[in-house]
Design a protein around this ligand. Structure first.
Ligand code: SAM
Length: 304
């Protein structure tokens, strides 16, 4: 690739990504290599495109080649760049944490909407993000409601390191905390009994299907963030068993991200669990994501 122009270098690299199935088509391949080249040169994508017929220096070629090799070895683009945008914010990510997915944005959106409704009625609001990963949901909620308590919980210490780094960079609230533990256990230990909004994007891929995932997910992202047990519903079943005594008796909202085709199963599990802990009528709503898949289950009581 020695004497190639930037444009030729990028086209060649994009084609390598297509051949190795790291890119679905030329547009996808070009986008990825332009971002890698921008990372190598500290240039914005628009500036990379403007380089066109200029020939990159040997040093730039070398750095770009190292990054491209990592990508060809199935390392996710977000891990190489060290960042993934979610809800318009740049979140730091890398080994040991799930890369935020765009379909989770709807969960953040609904939680913020419900938070606004609740804030009008309560003197203080309390949120929990169970399986917080890189902290995306907890941090978006904390930014939207700086006076609210927000608890981010994860079983993985490695993920929590990323969540805390993101919180340091993106929030100032002292009411945002992260705890290690399984599901609601850290909240039980803290004696919390007035949770208003619970959000969770827990692992929901059935164990057998994990084996069929692309190598870049299966081998690079943490299994504990993906594998939802035999039918994918194990974590949500366990969560439903821990709800008693945690949610506000006056009314609360539970928002859960689920896999394609799982929503009615999770609805059955959660609705019957919530009915045993409140005398309010329990409402459930199925929300679709940007691809029109029923992605977020909302269960609420005591709130219209
Ligand atoms: C699908 S990822 C979601 C991460 C993040 N909320 C997001 O949307 O990008 C699931 C997260 O749940 C965590 N997790 C898995 N089992 C857990 C458990 N029993 N208790 C708490 N967190 C758990 C994983 O470590 C992982 O960070």
């Amino acid at each position: 690739m020695k004497s190639l122009t930037t444009r030729e270098l990028l086209r060649t690299a994009a084609n390598q990504l297509i051949v190795t199935k790291q890119a679905v088509d030329l547009d996808d391949g070009l986008l990825q290599v332009e971002l890698l080249f921008g990372f190598a040169t500290s240039l914005k994508r628009s500036a990379v495109l403007a380089l066109g017929f200029e020939k990159p220096t040997a040093m730039v070629r070398k750095i770009f080649h190292t990054l491209l090799t990592r990508r060809l070895d199935h390392e996710p683009l977000a891990y190489i760049l060290g960042e993934k945008e979610f809800f318009g914010l740049p979140f730091r990510v890398g080994t040991g944490v799930l890369i935020p997915r765009p379909e989770t944005e709807i969960l953040a959106e609904i939680a913020i909407e419900r938070g606004h409704v609740l804030q009008k009625r309560r003197t203080s609001t309390r949120f929990a993000d169970i399986g917080t990963g890189s902290g995306i949901l907890a941090i978006c909620l904390s930014r939207a409601f700086p006076d609210a308590w927000v608890h981010g919980i994860d079983i993985s210490d490695g993920a929590l390191l990323w969540a805390k780094e993101n919180a340091d960079r993106l929030t100032t609230s002292e009411k945002l905390t992260f705890s290690q533990g399984s599901l609601l256990e850290p909240l039980q230990k803290l004696g919390i009994n007035d949770l208003d909004i619970l959000v969770a994007n827990l692992p929901y891929i059935p164990s057998e299907e994990v084996l069929e995932l692309p190598e870049e997910i299966r081998q690079q992202e943490p299994l504990v963030a993906i594998d939802g047990g035999v039918d994918g519903l194990e974590l949500y079943r366990n969560l439903s068993l821990q709800l008693k005594g945690i949610l506000s008796p006056e009314g609360a909202v539970i928002l859960l991200e689920v896999g394609n085709g799982q929503i009615s199963w999770v609805e059955e599990i959660m609705k019957s669990a919530v009915k045993t802990i409140t005398s309010h009528s329990v409402i459930s709503v199925q929300h679709r994501d940007i691809r029109k898949i029923r992605r977020v289950l909302e269960i609420r009581y005591g709130i219209e």
